[in-house]
Design a protein around this ligand. Structure first.
Ligand code: SAM
Length: 340
């Protein structure tokens, strides 16, 4: 995909998932994408696993997005002049418990959009892997510990040449283990994994605030391990919520890290077709596709959010002060470099 809209330029390769974005020149960062690059869509709030920390408070509730509504979302996001989003991150609830899951993948592909999904893996079967082969960008298996990595499910996906990522929810409860992982102590458990993505623990839904990552020795140790990452483990990545800490604590050059993209380059849509900057916005900055057109929300309704949060960093000691968006607008307590 190649997109040029005024000073916004975007190139994306569907095979590798690699994307490039630049502004007026290659040295400029555009402020936002006139068409979002990624849509994070929760296709349900139904999940039978019942994780104690689930930020969506999902349960056995039969709350599914209708297939027609999913198609409506895709059609609505298709800009009449510039086309559709590059990729979709399908979440839930548990996507594999949605009765129309395979149709949802097919409707996405039909429109030239790359579907990815995140799953607890329980319901993954060789048949499903065969049916999604060559269609999905990547499948993420969610864990809170290396012992939860389901190696049989990793093999099932790898047998069909499907890229597998691990989504590791990083909290005060497992940051020591995470540090060991980054040091390479568990490389045998990560065989066949494309990338290990750390998701910042958020105290939302059923997740209590006691597991929020705090500033201190353990976080320092984790950051040091990132700077000296072992060559024995696959690529590592982080969700947008962890970006301020990466910029503040590590030696990674800030210009190589994207600030939070929610509401600027990516968008979240829940199973009731409510659109918001990210999946943690809750009722804030939230507009229904049943009332508004998608591009009215994206271009007009979100403009105030974008102006308000563009550069909120209050830590003038940080090397990335000039470019960081600052603390999370919804859960400021997860941004540990903010109090300076
Ligand atoms: C809500 S789940 C839905 C998709 C699917 N059921 C799964 O397990 O991946 C989406 C992602 O959010 C993560 N997650 C759940 N609760 C969280 C929390 N309190 N903070 C941060 N991430 C969380 C999950 O681990 C998973 O990677």
């Amino acid at each position: 995909m190649k997109r040029e809209i005024g000073n916004y330029h975007f190139v994306a390769d569907a095979k590798t998932g690699i994307t490039f974005r630049w502004g007026k020149t290659l040295d400029d960062n555009p402020t936002f994408a006139p068409v979002p690059e990624l849509a994070d869509i929760s296709i349900s709030n139904h999940c039978t696993k019942g994780c104690s920390f689930c930020y969506r408070d999902s349960g056995t509730n039969e709350e599914f997005m209708k297939l027609d509504d999913y198609v409506h979302v895709l059609e609505n996001m298709n800009h009449p002049k510039y086309g559709n989003v590059f990729q979709i991150a399908i979440g839930g609830g548990e996507p594999l418990e949605h009765p129309d899951f395979l149709e949802i993948i097919n409707e996405t592909c039909k429109r030239g959009i790359v579907p990815n999904f995140t799953t607890n893996g329980i319901n993954l079967t060789p048949e499903i892997c065969k049916k999604i082969k060559g269609k999905v960008g990547a499948v993420a298996l969610s864990v809170t510990s290396v012992d939860e990595i389901l190696s049989d499910k990793v093999s099932m996906l790898r047998n069909e040449f499907i890229r597998v990522n691990i989504h590791y929810v990083l909290s005060a409860g497992n940051i020591k283990e995470a540090t060991s992982i980054v040091k390479g102590d568990y490389s045998d458990k990560l065989v066949g994994i494309n990338a290990l993505i750390f998701l910042t623990y958020k105290p939302a839904g059923r997740a209590s605030s006691k597991n929020i990552i705090k500033a201190g020795k353990e976080l320092d140790g984790f950051m040091k391990a990132i700077d000296n990452k072992s060559m024995k483990i696959p690529k590592i990545g982080f969700d947008a919520c962890f970006v301020p800490m990466l910029m503040y604590y590590t030696n990674i050059r800030p210009e190589l890290i994207d600030s939070c993209e929610g509401g600027y380059f990516s968008v979240y849509i829940d199973h009731n077709m409510n659109v918001s900057p990210c999946s943690f916005s809750g009722d804030k900055d939230c507009y229904s596709l049943k009332t508004y057109d998608f591009y009215d929300i994206w271009q007009n309704k979100f403009e105030m959010f974008r102006q308000e949060h563009n550069n909120q960093c209050k830590n003038s000691n940080c090397k990335a002060h000039y470019m960081c968006r600052g603390c999370c607008p919804y859960y400021p307590e997860i941004t540990t470099c903010y109090a300076y």
